[in-house]
Design a protein around this ligand. Structure first.
Ligand SMILES: Cc1cc2nc3c(=O)[nH]c(=O)nc-3n(C[C@H](O)[C@H](O)[C@H](O)COP(=O)(O)OP(=O)(O)OC[C@H]3O[C@@H](n4cnc5c(N)ncnc54)[C@H](O)[C@@H]3O)c2cc1C
Length: 386
């Protein structure tokens, strides 16, 4: 494992303490009420958690990817919804920091780092999720602005956020389709953009996920990421590589929380005169859960280290995302089984982990897509020469 520097270690410890003291005591009740955690967001701003992916020269913390993953693990261990508030925001920050013009970095990154400008990513549409190149939203040049028309669906942070990354078509006729796609950073304010609906979800509550409509919404020309049309798909895909790792780490957080609840419970719950932890059936479950959690962690760190060396890590990030999030789903269900009826009760947090886990399986690129990415990379790596 990569050694993290003292400053970054301190951030992880600070976040861990924050989660233990401030988040865990209130998370289940707020999640059940689907209540937005305004006060916790203010604390996250003070801790610099909106600037994790922003370089120090622009006021951010600029942590390495391993540290980023450890922070996401800690926050998601407390409450997945809270990690969602900084999750897609971090992807937006990453894309602006990597591909923005000097002027865009100066105008946006300090506010993104402080959380004054915060939001997420507007990619998905009703007919374009996995097949992102099928988006229908257009951005048409009109003097000093682009006019955006279309709808976006499943946009996290859309109601309380104010600044977003948008993927739109600047050339709807381009072939291949991705050549006609451009990315923009935009702020709310001008007429023509409405948040029309908050989607009612199984889990991932507290944080809002919404439908957006754009009707001739003006985005200044100088907000086209990198200043050149047709680069958006590539820019967004690079950001999604980072997102895969933060979603993997969120899965790890859920799995760890569920496991810790289950192993505590197993030592206290008595049946037939002894703690259930003494039965081999339960021990086998605990052993498998912990082994999968440890394997998830190592896959995430291995991919994160590769990314920090400046190398592409599609294969490794795909494997980490696939394994860690499937582990979140299986461990939260096993924890529920170990806790019997109490696992099914809202008096314990395991039902919440169980409802939250599917989001990490679907979000950040579905796990079916991860398998395709993994296989594609393997076939490239092991291409047989005829
Ligand atoms: C709670 C939540 C929050 C979200 N937040 C955001 C956000 O902030 N911003 C944003 O832009 N999006 C967001 N999303 C959307 C998310 O990224 C998409 O849901 C995801 O990419 C899948 O797209 P889809 O739902 O359209 O499924 P589809 O693409 O329709 O897929 C349906 C099924 O078919 C499978 N499938 C599709 N194509 C293939 C293929 N070629 N081979 C094999 N299987 C395939 C998929 O894996 C899936 O199982 C969010 C989603 C959720 C649930």
């Amino acid at each position: 494992m990569q050694t993290v520097n003292t400053e970054q270690e301190l951030i992880v410890t600070t976040v861990r303490n924050f989660v233990d003291k401030e988040v865990i005591p209130v998370a289940s009740a707020m999640e059940h009420r689907n209540e937005y955690p305004h006060a916790l967001v203010e604390q996250m701003k003070e801790m610099g958690l909106f600037g994790l992916s922003v370089p120090e020269e622009y006021g951010g913390v600029g942590v390495d990817t391993t540290t980023l993953a450890r922070i996401f693990e800690e926050v998601a261990r407390g409450w997945l919804g809270l990690s969602g508030i900084i999750g897609s925001h971090a992807v937006m920050a990453d894309v602006v920091a990597r591909f923005g013009t000097g002027d865009q970095k100066k105008r946006f990154l300090p506010g993104i780092a402080s959380g004054e400008k915060r939001g997420g990513i507007c990619l998905t549409e009703a007919a374009a999720g996995t097949d992102l190149q099928n988006i229908g939203t257009t951005a048409t040049r009109d003097g000093a602005v682009y006019r955006v028309n279309g709808s976006k669906l499943w946009i996290t942070n859309a109601r309380y956020g104010n600044t977003f990354l948008l993927l739109a078509k600047t050339d709807a006729a381009a072939e291949p389709r991705h050549r006609g796609m451009s990315a923009f950073v935009f702020e709310k304010g001008a007429a023509g953009m409405t948040v029309s609906r908050d989607i009612d979800k199984l889990g991932y509550k507290g944080v809002e996920t919404c439908e957006l409509h754009f009707d001739n919404f003006p985005v200044p020309v100088e907000n086209l990421i990198g200043g050149v049309e047709g680069q958006g798909f590539k820019q967004v895909m690079t950001g999604l590589e980072a997102e895969r790792l933060n979603v993997a780490a969120r899965g790890l957080g859920i799995a760890r929380a569920a496991f810790e609840e289950a192993i505590k419970y197993a030592q206290q719950r008595m049946t037939f005169g002894k703690p259930i932890a003494e039965y081999q059936t339960i021990q086998n479950k605990l052993a498998d859960m912990a082994t999968n959690i440890e394997a998830s962690r190592l896959l995430i760190y291995s991919a994160a280290e590769k990314r920090d060396r400046g190398e592409r890590c599609d294969l490794e990030a795909g494997m980490a995302k696939l394994f860690a999030t499937e582990t979140a789903a299986s461990v939260s269900f096993e924890a529920m089984r170990i806790m019997g009826a109490n696992g099914y009760s809202k008096d314990f947090p395991v039902e919440r982990y169980y409802r939250d886990a599917p989001l990490v399986v679907i979000g950040g690129g579905t796990n079916e897509l991860q398998r395709l990415i993994i296989a594609r990379n393997l076939l490239k790596k092991y291409a047989s020469k005829l």
